[in-house]
Design a binder for this molecule. Structure first.
Ligand code: AMP
Ligand code: MG
Length: 504
């Protein structure tokens, strides 16, 4: 990693903290604080993304660097300062409390930022320790790579290193803290700027820093929108809104629930970011959320993600308004979010059902389908995958998608299948269906099996899932029996499968 071409544009071009490291505190007017990762006793490289490495032109991972024990020449590590709305409430300064950026690498495919997640305390750690546990690190590593291979915009993972030290966590916040193995993931993205990176300056009335950060962002990440007036800002924000809408429609396509869509967890690049208490719906339940912290209100439940995306985007738009001569023009970008979402959502249903193109009257077909899917426990992934290969319109071929085959609403389904079959003339666009209805996704219990093994120092399950999920749309018959599976009964109420918290 020493041979890489390291850049440090963010720390050289935006205002930062005068102090290096230091205790958790408020850092007004800054976009970042220089900080060094905390040394760990025994860094050991456990998982490695060969594809990400290739993009960075890296042959081997250096456990010392990726575990935070050594800084290579050219790096100028920092923690970013940002704010955020958490569950609808403005929380003011948050920042990288458990993440440290090592620097940016100039690759042949553009400049990418490398960031360690879990390398110890920073000025933004508030009351916590800045560390991450193995369980959440495995979930982040596997899911970011799986999302990438599903074709969904996401931050990537390069490596997972165990630190050789225990970290104490109270998994369910119920007064039962216990030691767990610590780990650090190195993640990669064009930048880790979030909606909250802009909000913090705006909400605190620091127009100058806001302007510098916006100019920096457009110059380096959206150079086509550079302009001296409102036009450039609107074009930039419109692109952010469209990319965010696209990302969320992709989550809906595969049954992904982010779990903590706070504005500090919304990437300015429309990338899925901050894998915490995320989950995959198994039985099709739009009201489901994996996040126990959100169980009561369900703010971030599966079926509500598009609306929350708009709410979050509106907060970003508001935060840019001090820079606008005609702030009412920001509605153009909000409008663009909705238009893009509708467009993507239509394309998604057209592809999932092999309709070739969506017609006005297809609305009823889709509505009836989603209603049927909720009549009894029905596995979303298996249902759509089996539907993609259906030879004749009979529910018999879809039995495997139901959790209790004795309760299948046969009449309702056969009626719907008849309508769909007529609509597609018995010839659904199978290619579109097979490439938008994945066969394999990272179900919560699959990640948990990888975690259970890894906690016993066996990384073979994690490795197998990493490889399996590189081709989520391929049949892979030798893995079918094990992984093309509904949620097993043991996982129904198990912590880590049906219940997750932010404690990582
Ligand atoms: P999240 O909702 O997980 O994205 O985190 C919200 C905020 O809490 C961010 O500012 C994180 O950096 C911070 N945070 C979460 N976990 C820790 C931790 N273990 N140590 C320090 N800060 C943390
Ligand atoms: Mg976060």
């Amino acid at each position: 990693m020493d041979g890489l071409n390291w850049l440090n544009r963010f720390v050289t071009e935006t205002p930062g903290d005068d102090e290096i490291g230091g205790k958790p505190r408020q850092v007004p007017h800054a976009c970042w604080s220089r900080v060094h990762p905390t040394a760990v006793p025994e860094p050991s490289l456990r998982l490695w993304s060969d594809e990400m490495a290739q993009e960075l032109n890296l042959e081997m991972g250096d456990g010392d660097i990726l575990g935070g024990n050594r800084i290579s020449g050219g790096m100028d590590p920092y923690a970013q300062r940002y704010g955020g709305h958490q569950f609808g409430n403005w929380a003011n300064q948050l920042g990288d409390g458990r993440a440290i950026t090592l620097g940016e690498v100039d690759t042949k495919n553009g400049i990418l930022e490398l960031q360690l997640k879990g390398p110890g305390i920073t000025p933004y750690s508030r009351f916590a320790d800045g560390k991450a546990v193995l369980r959440s690190s495995i979930r982040e590593f596997l899911c970011s790579e799986a999302m990438h291979h599903l074709g969904i915009p996401t931050t990537r993972a390069l490596s997972l290193v165990t630190t050789g030290e225990d970290v104490v966590r109270d998994v369910l916040y119920n007064g039962n803290p216990a030691p767990e193995p610590g780990a650090i993931v190195c993640r990669v993205a064009p930048s880790f700027l979030r909606f909250g990176s802009f909000q913090i300056h705006s909400m605190n009335g620091d127009k100058e820093t806001l302007r510098t950060l916006v100019e920096y962002t457009i110059k380096h990440h959206f150079p086509e929108h550079r302009s001296e007036n409102d036009d450039g800002l609107i074009q930039w924000l419109t692109q952010v809104g469209q990319e965010t809408a696209r990302m969320i429609s992709e989550w809906m396509r595969v049954g992904f629930v982010h779990g903590v869509m706070n504005t500090d967890n919304m990437s300015i690049h429309g990338l899925t970011i901050d894998y915490g208490p995320y989950g995959w719906i198994e039985d099709f339940n739009p009201d489901w959320t994996p996040n126990t912290t959100d169980a009561r209100t369900g703010r971030y439940r599966f079926g509500h993600q598009a609306q929350i995306g708009a709410w979050n985007f509106a907060r970003l738009l508001e935060s840019i308004s001090p820079l606008m001569e005609e702030p009412e023009r920001l509605y153009e970008s909000l409008e663009a979010y909705y238009t893009e979402y509708e467009h993507c959502n239509n394309a998604m249903w057209s592809n999932k059902l092999g309709l070739k193109e969506l017609r006005e009257e297809d609305g009823d077909l889709i509505q009836e389908l989603t209603a049927n899917l909720q009549l009894v426990e029905t596995d979303m992934t298996i249902f759509f995958r089996l539907l993609s290969s259906l030879k004749d319109p009979s529910i018999e071929h879809l039995r495997y998608a139901f959790y209790d085959e004795s309760t299948i609403p046969i009449t309702e389904w056969n009626n719907w299948l008849d309508k769909w079959w007529k609509r597609v003339d018995g010839q659904p666009d199978r290619e579109a269906m097979h490439s938008s209805n994945p066969k394999y996704v990272l179900r919560n219990w699959m990640a948990q099996l990888a975690i259970d093994a890894a906690e016993k120092e066996d990384y073979s399950v994690a490795q197998e899932l990493y490889e399996l999920l590189k081709q989520p749309y391929a049949e892979q018959p030798k893995h079918e029996e094990e992984w093309f599976q509904k949620r097993p009964e043991w996982a129904r109420h198990r912590v880590g499968c049906s219940m997750l918290s932010c404690s990582s």
